[in-house]
Design a protein around this ligand. Structure first.
Ligand code: ZN
Length: 324
């Protein structure tokens, strides 16, 4: 079954729905690591959410959902770019035991210090310009609860988000009201539309969402509403790591730190947690790196996500891009 994202428009209700189902992409993400069942489920929901939210990006670039956990999960990252290229990874606290029925709050926010961040990173960002970072409150009992809350408060529009995941498939629906210019923008505005569509969306349950294909789900939920299919796009696994980016990262660590590391080991090994690639730098290669005349650009935030200390304190940069 192909991995795709479908966008439906309900014109008179002024609502839009995105539906996603991923099999191959999700299995590729999971093939790089093994996680406890509860963590796999959670990562799957985050992956589905990143794809659903990135479908509304108005710029070329990527959307990253990042949870710095305060519980057995140390870090959870899902990233989707505007071509629906996805990657994701998890870091667990060493030797942590994760029960199957552990709650969302226990996994991520055991002492109230968990942090959920949404990053919008345009690819044509100017040097020195930071990506936009929004803080999502770790409210509720699921990724969907937290993000619904964020979307409602940041965009002031009704939002319904449902996410499903097991170790084979992830799927989800995002239903959103569209901005109305004081109600003048829509012909014959169906004011009850949102309520009806919201109720229909809620009839989707985990079993159906993880077994039926996307068209079947879309038809079953919304056939009476006669939506317009705005788009159908395929998604795929995509990692942005490269030797060039690792070079920049090593350069930004500085010569002293690299020399110290090389005193203890023969080569520098950098591992990408997203795709399992290994980058090896020998001593002469490191020396060459620092012997260059020109300065390399500072570390790319893309790579930041894969490193131990993944996120600098990014500041808000002007008006945030919208997601509707
Ligand atoms: Zn990679």
């Amino acid at each position: 079954m192909e991995d795709k994202l479908k966008t439906l428009l309900f014109e008179s209700a002024a609502c839009r729905a995105q539906l996603i189902r991923l099999d191959k992409t999700w299995q590729k993400i999971l093939s790089h690591n093994e996680y406890p069942a509860a963590v796999t489920r959670l990562l799957g929901e985050l992956v589905a959410a990143s794809a659903l939210l990135s479908a509304s990006l108005k710029f070329e670039g990527s959307l990253v959902l990042q949870i710095h956990g305060d519980g057995p999960v140390k870090l959870l990252v899902a990233e989707c770019n505007s071509q629906l290229g996805l990657r994701a990874t998890v870091k667990l606290v060493e030797n942590s035991v994760v029960e199957d029925n552990i709650s969302y709050q226990e996994l991520l926010n055991a002492h109230g210090k968990g942090r959920f961040v949404l990053v919008l990173d345009p690819s044509n960002r100017l040097p020195g310009q930071q990506p936009y970072q929004g803080i999502v409150s770790l409210a509720g009992n699921s990724v969907a609860d937290s993000l619904e809350d964020y979307m409602r408060s940041s965009e002031q529009l009704e939002t319904r988000l449902q996410l499903y995941s097991n170790n084979q498939t992830v799927s989800g629906v995002l239903l959103q009201q569209m901005p109305l210019d004081g109600g003048h923008g829509v012909k014959n505005h169906d004011v009850d539309g949102w309520g009806r569509l919201n109720m229909l969306t809620q009839t989707l349950k985990s079993e159906e969402a993880l077994s039926a294909d996307l068209d079947t789900i879309a038809n079953r939920l919304f056939w009476e509403e006669k939506p317009i299919v705005l788009s159908e796009r395929e998604s795929h696994f995509h990692c942005t790591c490269s030797r060039k980016k690792v070079e920049k990262m090593l350069f930004s660590l500085g010569k002293t730190e690299i020399d110290d590391a090389l005193n203890e080991q023969e080569n520098i090994h950098v591992h990408c947690d997203f795709c399992n690639s290994s980058y090896i730098f020998t001593k002469p290669q490191c020396e060459k790196l620092f012997a260059r005349d020109e300065e390399l650009d500072p570390i790319d935030p893309d790579l930041d996500h894969a490193m131990e200390d993944p996120l600098k304190d990014l500041s808000r940069d002007g008006k945030p891009p919208t997601l509707h």
